[in-house]
Design a binder for this molecule. Sequence first.
Ligand code: GZL
Length: 319
Amino acid sequence: MKRRTVLVAMAAAPLGAMLPLSAFAQKPIVLGFAQVGAESEWRTANTESIKSSAKEAGIDLKFSDAQQKQENQIKAIRSYIAQKVDVIAFSPVVETGWETVLVEAKNAKIPVVLTDRAISSKDDSLYVTFIGSDFTEEGRKAGRWLVEKEKGNPGPINIVELQGTVGSAPAIDRKKGFEEIIKSDPKFKIIRSQTGDFTRAKGKEVMEAFLKAEGKKINVLYAHNDDMAIGAIQAIEEAGMKPGKDIIIISVDGVKGAFEAMMAGKLNVSVECSPLLGPQLMSVVKDIKAGKSVPKRIVTQESIFPMEVAAKEFPNRKY
Ligand code: GZL
């Protein structure tokens, strides 16, 4: 009799009392992240933010670097689907060509989060949310700064433009926003515009070509990111001209290298584009796993830093 009572007693005990606690510890969320590459200071800071935030959040991060190639990002997303991760996040290197692989993720019931860059797709059910900057507004801020800076100058004001990666959301939208503002005054003319693919090396190479073709006719350089502006600064100096004085330079990102160039008087203004998206991404990933609703668009708040404030602001910079 005694034995049976024990058995009953054991069967009635809560199951938890029977197994080690570790058996009930929450399994970590597994996040697959397909990064663009490592093309700029901005991207390096963005990767650091994602990796450190995942660690802090106790999220198991699988990370890949696509070396700025769309086919590598698609391969990485497919591998995350095969591994049955809980959530996939990525920064689309270009706006188009994602439907097929995102339909595969949808069919596998794996939610997708866009960070940093957007896609242009008619079907916005292919992703849960897009966390990133308003690139068009960044272009407008650059344009407004120039209009204000040159308001007393009758012109013509000849502008050369270093565009970001062809087909990428930041390149398309920063161009659109800038032109929306400067078209208000015909004294502003974009006389050359070409991609520098967001890198210092390409930015320098293309600026050398601009200088060879247009030389002292160039009054302003508008670079879609600081890395290309820093490359162009080298080209301008090697051509015997003074960056920031002979050629006014406007760029975007607000990385440390840009602040150093502004403090040296070689860059006139940098429009902030924050790469520190990691914390927001991890909190969204947790909300998605908890079944909470998430806004379709989360815009990062940003500023603009002219060279006059660079020295004061520099100690506060986190990237
Ligand atoms: C912008 C980001 C861009 C940065 C570049 O959110 O996608 O890509 O402006 C980076 O520096 O290479």
